[in-house]
Design a protein around this ligand. Structure first.
Ligand code: NAP
Length: 302
């Protein structure tokens, strides 16, 4: 018998057991609670405006609690994607759903594509990454699990469950997907411009090493002012593109999609202070003149 409404059947997915009863995956009541509470995350990020302490990346410190950058990045960025996939392999069976609408799968798919790039490809592509303090690792890990539960719950059975829930939304889905796709490419482009700084320095070092028989110094913590693409106008275009990506994703889900709205606003609330402090860091390192009139994150504005 074909699946009702011609929507993808969940019968083909593995049926996984509950890992933490009523919490992982969440029951409907617990998901509602998490979904509500997650909207208030920006209140916690208020602390970021009061301190520049952020022991990772440019502002990493020497500490016994430091973890190797690439591994830590991979393991702290992965839980969101795994949690969403886990919800899709548990909640529909518990809710007695035989199908999940195409649009839910589309949202889950693009979310996973992003995090496959972010968690797995980025550490492989980045020439080096500064150590990440256990505090940053633990915060990002918890953030990912929470975001994954809220999004996963919505996609897997507590949000739209039939094609009728998506009716009339085709155009916003299409526009949202286009915005998501171009912004994802923009995010990758600007991430890669930063990579190229260290890649080209490494190439130069290798050439010199061959010519002059000198050892390679390495490119850890080598920073330069990036200049290509939107770096011409702002210092954190990769952050801006990421925001636009998740704005597109929210558009796909529709304005009433609370998990997508929280995701975007929570990212902005934590990345905005980081970008503004990052601009200050660039000014201190390279001088006001070299930074010029480039803004932190919104061209011409902020
Ligand atoms: N940070 C967040 O809260 C957050 C949240 C959600 C998504 N993201 C996304 O994750 C990606 C990375 O974020 P991030 O905060 O790690 O960005 P970032 O501080 O700009 O660093 C990205 C990478 O580029 C290197 N790098 C940064 N500036 C450089 C420069 N001027 N010259 C040479 N190399 C430079 C960094 O090396 P080091 O590691 O050695 O500094 C790191 O490997 C972005 O696309 C962002 O949108 C970040």
């Amino acid at each position: 018998m074909s699946a009702p409404q011609n929507q993808p059947s969940v019968d083909y997915l593995p049926h996984l057991p509950n890992l933490v009863d009523t919490w992982y995956p969440p029951s409907r009541e617990h998901w509602q609670l998490l979904n509500y509470a997650w909207q208030f995350f920006p209140l916690f990020t208020a602390a970021q405006w009061l301190t520049t302490f952020y022991p990772s990346g440019k502002t990493s410190i020497d500490s016994k609690l430091n973890l190797p950058g690439k591994w830590a990045w991979c393991f702290m960025e992965m839980p969101g994607m795994l949690t969403v996939l886990y919800c899709l392999m548990t909640i529909p069976h518990q809710e007695g759903l035989r199908t999940i609408p195409w649009a839910n799968w589309t949202m889950a798919g693009v979310y996973c594509i992003h995090y496959f790039y972010r968690a797995i490809l980025c550490p492989l592509l980045n020439p080096t990454m500064s150590p990440i303090h256990a505090f940053v690792f633990a915060s990002a890990f918890c953030w990912q699990v929470m975001n994954g539960l809220v999004i996963g719950g919505w996609l897997a059975g507590y949000g739209p469950t039939s094609v009728f829930d998506w009716s009339g939304k085709l155009y916003t889905i299409e526009v949202g997907l286009i915005l998501w796709g171009w912004s994802f490419l923009g995010n990758i482009f600007h991430d890669d411009d930063l990579r190229e700084i260290r890649r080209s320095a490494l190439r130069r070092q290798k050439e010199q090493a061959q010519k002059e028989n000198k050892p390679i110094e390495g490119v850890e913590k080598l920073y330069m002012l990036p200049k290509n693409g939107l770096f011409h106008y702002i210092l954190f275009p990769h952050y801006l593109c990421e925001w636009l990506e998740w704005a597109g994703w929210w558009m796909i889900g529709g304005w009433s999609c609370t998990p997508a709205r929280s995701f975007l606003l929570n990212e902005i609330s934590t990345m905005l202070p980081r970008a503004l402090q990052g601009k200050q860091w660039y000014i201190e390192k390279f001088g006001k003149e070299k930074v010029g009139d480039r803004k932190a994150i919104i061209p011409g504005l902020l």
